[in-house]
Design a protein around this ligand. Structure first.
Ligand SMILES: O=C(O)[C@H](O)[C@@H](O)[C@H](O)[C@H](O)COP(=O)(O)O
Length: 251
């Protein structure tokens, strides 16, 4: 039985700081009972600000980064190093520093393959990413049992690159190539809801008045076709970390 908790913070800055502190503490708790820990990152402004807050936190040094693996819930299908890639922004916000100073092995960063001469379609990148997930899966499974899976939420209620009324919502398997994303760039790669559901804990982090209506719809268990965030559920726990503006429409 998965429990859901909604925590509301005064503004986006405090939300990012609180999410970062919660994330670092959760990694410490996980590492006290099992190794390695698997953390799934998200793109978007709140997701990246959370990583930047973690980078600035003294708590960061308490985590044994040698035993942490990093993944992405989705990625923009762009060339390596493109400033718009979620990987690029996460490396700049936190990961490069962890590799340089805190013992995070570079090979523990499992980026979605970028567009290049060999990988020309989101489907090819999705297949390669699924194979990497399987490499680190426990026997018989197809993905690691992610300890924490972070998700931002768009004003339309999308999470990862799973958008309303989009065929990717019902994609089989663990990863999916996405075309026609309403949020640029149009081509993306995403975990499916089956993969998201493999996470022990799913945390949806959202800030701003433009998220309020869809956040309320998701928390009222609306239809996944119009508010995909409703299906972002962890096996053990689902956290909604909101600022006051994004929580304003809740009943
Ligand atoms: O690739 C992306 O853009 C993200 O993964 C996407 O799912 C993002 O998290 C939401 O769109 C929220 O983004 P904001 O926090 O910037 O509103």
């Amino acid at each position: 039985m998965s429990t859901r908790l909604v925590v509301v913070h005064p503004d986006p800055e405090v939300l990012a700081e609180a999410a970062a502190a919660r994330l670092l503490t959760r990694l410490l708790d996980v590492q006290s009972v099992r190794r390695p820990a698997h953390l799934v990152l998200t793109g978007g402004t709140v997701g990246i600000r959370t990583l930047a807050a973690a980078a600035a936190s003294p708590l960061r040094t308490a985590v044994d980064w040698s035993g942490v693996h990093l993944w992405w819930g989705d990625e923009r299908f762009l060339a390596a190093g493109d400033a718009e890639r979620n990987e690029t922004q996460a490396r700049e916000a936190l990961l490069d520093d962890l590799v340089a100073t805190s013992g995070l092995p570079a090979e523990n960063i499992h980026a979605v393959p970028p567009r290049d001469d060999e990988v020309g379609t989101p489907e090819q990148a999705a297949a390669l990413y699924a194979a990497e997930l399987a490499r680190f899966a426990p026997d018989g499974a197809s993905t690691p049992a992610f300890d924490v899976l972070l998700l931002g939420m768009g004003p339309d209620g999308h999470v990862a690159s799973l958008f309303p009324e989009h065929p990717a919502l019902e994609a089989p398997g663990w990863t999916v190539g996405v075309h026609g994303s309403p949020k640029p760039p149009a081509e993306r790669v995403s975990l499916t809801f089956a993969a998201i559901g493999r996470a022990e804990e799913v945390w949806v982090v959202a800030a701003g008045a433009e998220k309020a209506e869809r956040a309320a719809a998701a928390l009222a268990d609306g239809p996944v076709t119009t508010v995909p965030a409703v299906r972002a559920v962890g096996r053990h726990r689902t956290l909604w970390l909101l600022d006051v503006a994004a929580a304003a429409d809740r009943g």
